[in-house]
Write a protein that binds this ligand. Structure first.
Ligand SMILES: NC(=O)c1ccc[n+]([C@@H]2O[C@H](COP(=O)([O-])OP(=O)(O)OC[C@H]3O[C@@H](n4cnc5c(N)ncnc54)[C@H](OP(=O)(O)O)[C@@H]3O)[C@@H](O)[C@H]2O)c1
Length: 256
């Protein structure tokens, strides 16, 4: 699997990454079908397969239920893995709660270091809600993450954004940005160009429109070939789908 530098960061990540919402949360998600959370054994096998295929980045968040803690227990101590996590959203009693205050961000980073069993977190993103542009423009949340980066607790700081304005703002302020991009949703496409000229990294979320997109190989080929895309984060708990996705990405990059 091709490794790519994320913008001007010293961080190299695989062109395909593993999304982990389904590792720890079943409620309030937008997938087409219900599913059971994987067992510890199934998760260990999935992560071993991903590593074997050359994937080195997994994306998680406190809002994904037990995902962070399960990932920490299985691969926290494995230096092969880069782990991206988030701050600002928690999922409590079936509902999302948002808090981007400096105190909440510091506590969240502390919990993530414990859950992920890492002294230094590779990537921490603001897990932005619908009013994401205001949170970025206010500045306090990014500033808090930058302070934690200065203290050496985080390597790279970014924002997972929901609209174009926020994506562009995140490019200005952060080391990297996570955007939604798939054949059905191109709203944030201009963020790629902006990030490239600014030397910032880009992670793609919902690349298969959260499982609603039909032609998976075409969607992955389109995304991994796009200039400026660092890593395409596909959520899966299926070893067969993971292997298919790796093969699709390899085929697409071989034809580049
Ligand atoms: N606000 C945010 O920051 C945010 C929001 C959304 C997502 N994310 C991150 O981005 C990741 C990806 O987004 P996502 O999980 O919403 O959606 P996605 O990656 O677009 O799609 C995931 C869905 O596609 C299915 N799938 C994957 N590969 C497949 C294949 N080869 N054949 C058939 N089905 C396949 C998965 O089912 P199977 O499990 O059966 O393979 C799953 O239901 C998330 O896991 C999360 O890490 C972040």
């Amino acid at each position: 699997m091709e490794l790519r530098q994320l913008g001007s960061l010293a961080l190299k990540v695989s062109a395909l990454a593993l999304g982990s919402t389904k590792f720890g949360r079943r409620e309030g998600v937008k997938y087409p079908n219900d599913f059971a959370l994987p067992s510890d054994g199934q998760l260990a096998d999935l992560l071993a397969l991903a590593k074997d295929q050359g994937i080195n980045l997994v994306d998680t968040a406190p809002a994904y239920g037990s995902s962070e803690a399960r990932i920490g227990a299985l691969i926290g101590g494995d230096e092969h893995w880069r782990i991206a996590t988030k701050v600002g959203e928690q999922f409590v009693d079936g509902r999302s709660q948002f808090d981007f205050s400096p105190g909440a961000i510091r506590s969240s980073v502390e919990r993530s270091r414990q859950h992920l069993r890492r002294d230094v977190l590779d990537i921490v993103l603001l897990h932005l809600s619908d009013d994401d542009t205001e949170i970025l423009r206010d500045g306090a949340a990014v500033e808090t993450l930058l302070e934690l980066r200065e203290k050496g607790l985080i390597s790279a700081v970014g924002a997972s954004t929901k609209n174009l304005a926020a994506g562009l703002e995140a490019v200005e302020q952060c080391d990297l940005v996570m955007i939604t991009l798939n054949p059905a949703d191109q709203t944030q496409l201009p963020v790629l160009t902006a990030a490239r000229s600014a030397g910032k990294g880009v992670l793609i979320k919902k690349p298969l429109d959260s499982g609603h997109h039909g032609n998976i190989a075409d969607a992955l080929a389109y995304l991994v070939q796009k200039p400026g895309v660092g890593s395409v984060v596909v959520g899966t708990i299926s070893p067969d789908h993971l292997a298919d996705n790796c093969a699709a990405v390899r085929r697409a990059l071989a034809h580049d």
